[in-house]
Ligand binder design. Structure first.
Ligand SMILES: Nc1ncnc2c1ncn2[C@@H]1O[C@H](COP(=O)(O)OP(=O)(O)OP(=O)(O)O)[C@@H](O)[C@H]1O
Ligand SMILES: [Mg+2]
Length: 255
């Protein structure tokens, strides 16, 4: 089987003081190994809820999740999660930060340390390994957070608005950077983003959710007539505006 993630009939209903909130309804989705998926949808439609369910932090009210063919019940070691804040620990050096996930999981083997060192070298952070997070730029911090997440070799990487705390220019550069890292590592990834251009430029497929309760409204395979895809360059391609207009109209935003 070539699917890394399979979601079958995922629904979620929250209970709160005022009653029941139906967040997600019958989500079905399969993601291939090495694929990069973006999820877009109106605010509050259940995107973060879906990532929490995939990570095993939240139990779905109904439905099943499989990662690499195995059912997920509860928090899974197979998943790496990156949020908006990089959550680097300010009192630890960059090196101590990037090995944190390995340390917590008692996975500090020679082999894993060599892998982290290689990641730091390949992605330009090796010379900064003894610096503290405050001494790095926003883009470099985000790269360090990514290396920390990749260090445990998750089968699946989840990104929830991971770049939205960055200024616009850094954000463009980081999306290009992250895309190239993830493709090189053949990392299967699911990214939630409010930013439609960011989603189109990075994703192999863009999944559009409806208003709450979130259901899959449409899925677009984004292909560009270029030899090697570069997120920044896709923005200048004629196909780009077609995808943008279609997705924008699917989102049904009332101005
Ligand atoms: N713990 C909770 N208890 C009750 N309702 C919740 C809880 N968490 C989320 N919700 C509700 O479920 C819905 C989906 O929330 P979620 O955070 O998944 O949406 P989202 O698509 O990520 O939103 P945003 O685009 O603003 O990040 C919202 O209406 C939210 O208020
Ligand atoms: Mg959210």
């Amino acid at each position: 089987m070539n699917d890394m993630l399979v979601l079958k009939h995922i629904s979620e209903k929250y209970q709160d003081k005022t009653g029941e909130v139906e967040a997600l309804k019958d989500i079905n989705l399969s993601i291939r190994r090495g694929e990069f998926i973006s999820i877009v949808g109106p605010s509050g439609c259940g995107k973060s809820t879906l990532l929490s369910i995939i990570s095993g932090l939240l139990k779905p009210t109904s439905g099943e999740i499989y990662i690499a063919g195995e059912p997920i019940n509860g928090i899974s070691d197979k998943v790496g999660y990156m949020l908006q804040k990089d959550n680097l620990l300010e009192w630890r050096t960059i090196y101590k930060n990037v090995i944190l996930g390995l340390e917590i999981r008692h996975m500090l083997t020679k082999e894993n340390i060599a892998y982290v060192t290689e990641l730091l070298k390949t992605y330009g952070l090796f010379e900064f390994k003894d610096k503290y997070p405050a001494q790095l730029s926003g883009g470099m911090r985000q790269r360090a957070a990514l290396i920390r997440t990749l260090a445990t070799r998750p089968k699946l990487l989840l990104l929830d608005e991971a770049f939205s705390a960055l200024d616009y220019q850094t954000r463009l550069a980081v999306s290009q950077d992250v895309y190239q890292i993830l493709k090189k590592e053949n990392q299967t990834s699911v990214m939630v983003s409010h930013d439609i251009p960011e989603a189109i430029s990075m994703a192999d497929r863009v999944v559009v959710l409806t208003r709450r309760p979130g259901m899959v409204k449409s899925i677009y395979e984004t292909t560009f007539d270029m030899e090697e895809r570069e997120p920044l360059k896709t923005r200048k391609m004629p196909e780009f505006s077609t995808y943008f207009n279609t997705i924008w109209s699917d989102l049904d935003v009332h101005l």
